[in-house]
Design a protein around this ligand. Structure first.
Ligand code: ATP
Ligand code: MG
Length: 134
């Protein structure tokens, strides 16, 4: 374990439901520190670039439509083992399978509208932080 930074996104369904504060509270309680934050609406081009690894998958178009449907909160989180800590508190991709108390169990609305994104490894964290914060 070591001190790390990871990228977190509060997705449009959670922003629309006024859950920004409750989600950040869960992250902070898990000892993750918000070190950068901004609210943006993604263009289709930028969303497709961010999710380029999923291009061609059956859910890709739905994912891009959802991620461009409203504002997002983009955060850099810092802490001990931040990448895995964040993934744990997020819960499984499918909110129906996410453990009780996790962000996706509480605020997810479906497989695509699953409330949050989090980098899944050192390489993606570095790439995604650069993508949004330079
Ligand atoms: P994220 O990358 O957002 O943190 P994840 O790593 O748990 O989530 P990925 O497999 O990277 O999941 O998929 C990226 C996003 O695409 C998911 O968060 C979800 O919004 C959407 N997605 C993934 N699989 C499906 C699916 N089978 N049907 C619909 N949407 C999906
Ligand atoms: Mg992923």
């Amino acid at each position: 374990m070591s001190n790390q930074r990871t990228l977190s996104i509060i997705k449009p369904n959670a922003v629309k439901k006024n859950k920004i504060g409750l989600i950040i509270a869960l992250l902070e309680e898990a000892k993750l520190k918000v070190v950068e934050v901004k609210m943006i609406t993604l263009s289709v081009e930028k969303a497709e670039s961010f999710y380029s690894e999923h291009k061609g998958k059956p859910f890709f178009n739905e994912l891009i439509a959802f991620m461009t449907s409203g504002p997002l909160v983009i955060m850099a989180l810092e802490g001990e083992d931040a990448i895995n800590t964040n993934r744990k508190i997020m819960g499984a991709t499918n909110p129906a399978e996410a453990l009780e108390g996790t962000i996706r169990a509480k605020y997810g609305d479906g497989m695509t509208e699953n409330a949050v994104h989090g980098s899944d490894g050192l390489e993606s964290a570095s790439r995604e932080l650069k993508f949004f914060f330079g």
